[in-house]
Design a protein around this ligand. Sequence first.
Ligand code: PEP
Length: 255
Amino acid sequence: MTAPKYRKKIVAGNWKMNTSVNDALELVKGLKIDLSVHNDCDVVICPPFTGLHAVGDAVTSTSIKLGAQNMHWEANGAYTGEVSAAMLRDLYCRYVILGHSERRAYFGETSEIVNKKAKAAIAATLVPIVCVGETLEERESGRMRDVVRDHLEGSLADLGDDLKKVVVAYEPVWAIGTGKTASPDQAQEVHAYIRENLEKIGGKEAAETIRIQYGGSVKPNNAAELFGQPDIDGGLIGGAALEARSFIEIVRAAQ
Ligand code: PEP
């Protein structure tokens, strides 16, 4: 029997549309006290666009990596209000969140769009964190598996060998910002299902390599049990990432 594949855990903080530049720098100051060096897991913080430059400077020479929350798939041009992958790389971003359920729900982002963005991100050497997940209505009507599979197949189509470069975040919409977390068993079941689908899309090696984060009301008191599941490789954290102490404790739970 071969040993299970080692996947380094990854915890990312999605600050959403929160923090002035000053707030962002205060938050980073708090994070740096505990997270500057070491880390047996990858730690990523994703401030709003306006904070990327200052936060990027503040985390230089630490092991904290910078991520953005969205991007456009074109490299440049007449796309008012948009930001490209190359612009994010220019600010030393290493990661970008794509297809977050808030973007899917409020900004009409489809899996086809997420797929174009994922390809552009990878071409610019950014790691896409591709979000998938069902709403409460979809879960209760028995469509959870179909929705998650469709999100995966659409968002990750035609990536070839680059599929291995992606991080997937399973974020049940009913658990985001609601205080309702999927139980560790519920989350593990979907993560295992996601890994099965990744194998169908890109083969066994890709499926074993790709890290799958859980997101949805992860807090210091539930993180360790969630991250202890065999197919949960860390978390995408919203509310609890806005408070240095709680984010640090969540990172600790992943180590
Ligand atoms: C998120 O928006 O990605 C998220 C998981 O939020 P929260 O942790 O607040 O549920």
